[in-house]
Design a protein around this ligand. Sequence first.
Ligand SMILES: Cc1cc2nc3c(=O)[nH]c(=O)nc-3n(C[C@H](O)[C@H](O)[C@H](O)COP(=O)(O)OP(=O)(O)OC[C@H]3O[C@@H](n4cnc5c(N)ncnc54)[C@H](O)[C@@H]3O)c2cc1C
Ligand code: SF4
Ligand code: SF4
Ligand code: SF4
Length: 604
Amino acid sequence: MKEPKANFFSPFKGIKYMVKKPVTIRVPKETREAAGRYRGFHTNDWEDCIGCGTCADICPTDAINMEKVPEYDSPEGEKDERPVIDYGRCCFCGFCIDICTTGSLKMSKDYIYINENPDTFLYIPEEQGINKNFPEEGYQRNEITDLLDLERISMRHVKSSKRKDSFLEYVKGFSKEEAKREASRCVECGICTDRCPAHMDIPEYINSIWDDDLKEGTKWLYETNPLPNVCGRVCTHKCEEVCAISHRGEPIAIRWLKRYIVDNTPEKDYEEVVLSNVSKKSKGSIGIVGAGPSGLTAAYYLRTLGYNVDIYEEKEYAGGVMRYGIPKYRLPDKALDKDIKFIKKIGVNIITNTRVGKDIEFSDLENKYDAVYISTGFMEPRYLKIEGSDHKDVIAAMDFLPKVRDFARNEGKIPDVYKKIVVIGGGDVAYDVGRSAARIQMIKYGKIDVTLTALENYEDLPASEDEIIEGREEGLEMYPSSGPVKILIEKNKIKGLKTAECISLFDDNGNFKPELNHDNTTFHKGTQVYISIGQAPNYDYLPENLKEKLNFVGPKIETDENGQTNIDWLFAGGDIVNGPDIINGVADGHNSAKGIDKLLNNNQ
Ligand SMILES: Cc1cc2nc3c(=O)[nH]c(=O)nc-3n(C[C@H](O)[C@H](O)[C@H](O)COP(=O)(O)OP(=O)(O)OC[C@H]3O[C@@H](n4cnc5c(N)ncnc54)[C@H](O)[C@@H]3O)c2cc1C
Ligand code: SF4
Ligand code: SF4
Ligand code: SF4
């Protein structure tokens, strides 16, 4: 189109507006309906949003800030923050929608908002939208625009046909490429750190993999956990349950990434990291009872803080359940040895084959040390009292598993597992028993015949999903909702276990009180019965006068938030205080080390 010709009077045309009444159109007379994928104002469903802040991190115009919502009582796995959008900055690019980890943040078709107060253009999106009118959905993420990688890099395992007769570790670990790809899925939100009992710096160490700086990764690991080789293999990885990515996809394989770092950091770098933090010995002496995860961790951090530390351990080797309970195919000795090697290298003294209360009195420790940390665990087997359970071929988990470990490290004879066995229990330890017994059956007889019976129904089995799947692959048969009734014995030989259908586990007050339906029973043939119904502590090393002063809650000792008992110089942790796993023991050990330092040197 041609430009209209310029006129001599054109510049003066505007003068007429100087006398006209000004008009401000406040609201368009006719609003037009927005197109289907219109990028209007945001909405956010607070029930789904977890406050991860990923939307804020990606925003190219810095239009999103995360703000604490004090009145919001955020459940575990969420932060009490929600995104605030500055509409003076937002360019409606939609990246925040494309990356939102939960899908809670959306764009609406609402595009008109009028308010004289400029502060309202800083808006915390809620479900009802900026105009409080529950607007229609506008632009949404689709498969192409989705910025998250939802699929986990799968871990390679030794096939079940090849691992059934072997105690060799069957999880192979990530290659460099696999680890980097898995690390690249992390959005560095830190939700996992809050959940980890030891508050490990997870995003930081995952980032070190992406940066190819494993020495830095090792440094982050040792900030909070001196057992990374163990935890990189058998940690209960509760952090993964809350991983931001798990809301729409598969959680980041945090545990395997930890393992990748420690398996691949060059020895020289590794040593440099561990040795670099240790202060000179000058602050005092601490005695520790029990060289399980909690005692070892307390010792490591006390030593780095400058204390002389002696650990007393009744067994031949340090490690506690990690050495004498967890089967070698899940946790090889070499991984545990590596963690312990570095704890010793910084100067921790581990005195093995020494039971406190027998080889040395507890009162000697009281006299010798400035403070004492007890972490003696739940190492004692628990037995079941049903008809026939006192037979010699009824074996408790923690009587059996230490023998399996001795055999697997070529230091004991092959345990006497029979051809057809029944295991009572549906937790991880029952699977450890069943899978270990199956391997021994395979070695001895070339055939597996292991039946597991559990009180819980299949969906509620306490064992982890991995154990259930891998146990099934190895040939274990699980009978859920089955309560043990009696062990049938004929001519002094076990014939099998009779179970009855378990119809409920708890009474009306929530107490554990399984109810069995004796009209629906099953007989499980077997000539040996293994019992895996939990472990118990043994406090016989504590003098009576001291036991009287301590507060016990059930079988556990009560401590304050610093791990201190109600006896000044006595700290406690691990299974005897919290449990139920290694990482909680690590957290207690670290916490008590800080607590002891606070007591003795007034360090906050
Ligand atoms: C079979 C089995 C498998 C498990 N698998 C896992 C798993 O895969 N992942 C996980 O996170 N957790 C697992 N757990 C739980 C975990 O092992 C425990 O929570 C953890 O070991 C507790 O650590 P702790 O330091 O309190 O004590 P423990 O590991 O029990 O160690 C206590 C130590 O104290 C020593 N001791 C006791 N009394 C004395 C004394 N008087 N004098 C000297 N020494 C003494 C013991 O010999 C032992 O070495 C498993 C437990 C069992 C039983
Ligand atoms: S639409 Fe784009 S500019 Fe606006 S808040 Fe989201 S990411 Fe930031
Ligand atoms: S990315 Fe989604 S879940 Fe995370 S804070 Fe933003 S809106 Fe909430
Ligand atoms: S591992 Fe998951 S929860 Fe942890 S920082 Fe990465 S994305 Fe967030």
